[in-house]
Design a protein around this ligand. Structure first.
Ligand code: NI
Length: 176
């Protein structure tokens, strides 16, 4: 049975270091970690999760966009599991939009990200794949990829005051 994993909070050293390459594609331990992460995502209001957030310092991330109370406008898709992702191309065009993070509860900020991005990665079984991502899904990828580099979205802000409380964010959302 997959388990719901605890999410580390900002300040934990695993969230602030560079994650290591995955070498043991298909290993039972890795398969279990992926299943537990998928279960944890389905059981939370996150739209993505990176392995360091659950205490595993490896280059594994999952994009699982779907509309939920935290992200009402998120597009629906099947979860995308990516191992050892590498950014091949990124659009010069940047877009700013609101982000939050399960490891940074209660804060939101507008973060500039590339509008489109091309990524090479390995599947859980170790197959090499490439994918083009745009808009909100490209944003989720860049947010999760940052976790593999030891960064959280607050590290992308030029001024820490750009982050606002979740409650203020919800008020803002209700007004627009
Ligand atoms: Ni995050």
């Amino acid at each position: 049975m997959p388990r719901r994993l605890d999410i580390l909070r900002r300040g934990h050293p695993t969230l602030h270091g560079r994650a290591q390459e995955v070498a043991d594609y298909g290993a039972p331990q890795l398969t279990e970690l992926i299943e537990d992460m998928l279960h944890t995502l389905a059981d939370s209001q996150g739209v993505g999760l990176a392995a360091p957030q659950v205490g595993a310092p490896v280059r594994l991330l999952i994009i699982a966009s779907r509309p939920n109370p935290r992200y009402p406008g998120a597009p629906a898709m099947s979860p995308l599991v990516m191992l050892n992702p590498v950014v091949l191309e990124a659009s010069a065009e940047l877009e700013s939009d609101w982000e939050g993070c399960l490891s940074v509860p209660d804060l939101r900020a507008q973060v500039p990200r590339h509008r489109a991005i091309r990524v090479a990665y390995r599947t859980a079984a170790g197959h090499a794949e490439e994918i083009h991502l745009e808009g909100f899904v490209a944003r989720i990828f860049q947010h999760e990829f940052d976790h593999l580099e030891g960064l959280v979205f607050l590290d992308r802000l030029t001024d820490p005051d750009q982050a606002i409380q979740e409650e203020a964010y919800r008020r803002l959302l209700a007004e627009t």
